[in-house]
Write a new protein. Structure first.
Length: 145
DNA sequence: GCCAACGTTGGC
DNA sequence: GCCAACGTTGGC
């Protein structure tokens, strides 16, 4: 899951403990949210910074449910086309798990065969939620060699 | 801050 | 249903 740390960082998540991951307004990303299960591991990725990359991990603690901000006219995530009867956007709650001793930069992810097919490293990718594999999980979290 | 790449919108 | 215009994302 990507986030701009200026808006919401891994450190913010650590301090809050858990957080509803609101504001996803992309259908493909929403569908990935709907596929999440409680207990799933999450990489937290910082984008739009000098050295973008994975900075830590979190855990999915709810299944997908309607994102309340879509109904709130005061919210920047408000969607007038959505309704309580037919919500358009979902979210999951995530809980902080771990901060990497050293961030794993995009530059290094690009070099890994495990990530060769990942949208995460694809030029022009704008998906803020990207599925990951067990191999990718292990590769990023294995101790440095 | 720039701008390529992308998803969405809306006129036709 | 096409596709130009638009707004946004995100690496650099």
């Amino acid at each position: 899951m990507k986030t701009e740390p200026d808006a919401f960082s891994l450190e913010d998540l650590r301090q809050r403990g858990r957080e509803p991951w609101e504001g996803i307004r992309n259908y493909q990303a929403r569908n990935f949210l709907r596929g999440m299960r409680i207990g799933d591991g999450v990489f937290i990725y910082h984008s739009r910074v000098a050295a973008p990359g994975i900075v830590g991990t979190a855990e999915v603690v709810t299944t997908a449910y309607p994102d309340p901000t879509q109904f709130d006219p005061q919210s920047k995530y408000y969607d007038a086309a959505s309704s309580l009867a037919r919500p358009r956007w979902d979210l999951v709650d995530v809980a902080y798990r771990h901060t990497l001793a050293k961030p794993f930069p995009l530059e290094r992810l690009r070099a890994l065969p495990e990530f060769a097919d990942s949208p995460l490293v694809r030029k022009g990718n704008r998906l803020s939620i990207v599925p990951i594999t067990a191999n990718q999980w292990d590769r990023v979290l294995q101790p440095a060699r």
